[in-house]
Design a protein around this ligand. Sequence first.
Ligand code: UD1
Length: 353
Amino acid sequence: MKLLHIVGARPNFPKLAPVHRAARAIGLDQIIVHTGQHYDEAMSASFFRDLGIPEPDVNLEVGSGSHAAQTARIIERFEPVLLEHNPDWLVVYGDVNSTMATAIVAAKLGVRIAHVEAGLRSNDRGMPEEINRLVTDRLANLLLTPSVDAEATLLNEGEPASEIVFVGNVMIDTLFASLDRAAETNYAHRQGADGSHIVVTLHRPSNVDDPERLRTVCAELALLAEERQVFFPAHPRTQQQLKQLGIDLGRIQLGDPIAYFEMLDLVRHAHAVVTDSGGLQEETTALGIPCFTLRPNTERPITVVEGTNQLVHDLSTLAALVRGAQRADPPRRPAGWDGKAGERVAAALAARP
Ligand code: UD1
């Protein structure tokens, strides 16, 4: 059996790693296609190296652009690649433009699609990722869900039960497999972080493209930075926007995106995380670290119901909320967040030749 995996953007890489490893262990043939949606060293290549993912067989090198332009380039460049390799399954991950664009190509060519991380919904179509989730799940022939609530969502939308398999959270596989390597970096200690520090990541258009909102968030973070270290490894688009708007960051430590193991070490020892990322909502839950998500909704409600995640609706309360944060010790981990999700994905695919 031949699998063709699609990755394109940073959050895809830690999801591919455990699936690729498990599929190799049971002897499946595999091809990796990188769309090139992310291309910076820190956003892409460093993850392949750290996570031991083989070099992509094909890179479509689509780069950045508007949603339409990026999606269109992926569709056009991927079609001949899919025709050439003709896999038994196209395996797509998460909710980025590369996920949806390649699913459309496969659906039109009659290649079966497996979606890892199916069934997540924010119910907010203002988010580009929500459109990508809806389209991908509608087209997919195998819906591999990360949490039990995702299955109910898909059944409600009319997806057949025979196409849904609860596999658990593949990103948590990578998290658990990386804890020792993360500790070896000693990154938090090297940064002088003492455990009272905060880690911030923000990149969503809803936060970053709204100058007033971004100013308010930074003012709250600057308050916290008066009393403790606030690390803000920022996505390239966030850095551009902060510079362009000339926002005062006070003592906030703004920097470039950091590599996976270093980030994990910094988060693991943090007092709290402030973010709009999907992955960090899950990683903090698995580690028991308080997480404050600057969004009106989340496609990962299980991290709120069972985990350490809290949606922040009133931004002016952020500093106070963060100060009062308490770790979950021991962490409460949702079902299927056990480090074996990649094996269940590989088994589900192998069972459908
Ligand atoms: C994408 C995903 C988002 C995910 C995020 C993680 C979609 C719709 N969005 O958003 O779900 O959470 O990745 O990082 O697919 N850029 C660089 N270097 C890079 C990549 C991007 O400088 O390697 C800059 C460019 O200015 C680019 C901008 O970031 O225009 C946006 O990149 P894009 O891939 O379109 O979306 P993200 O915001 O990264």
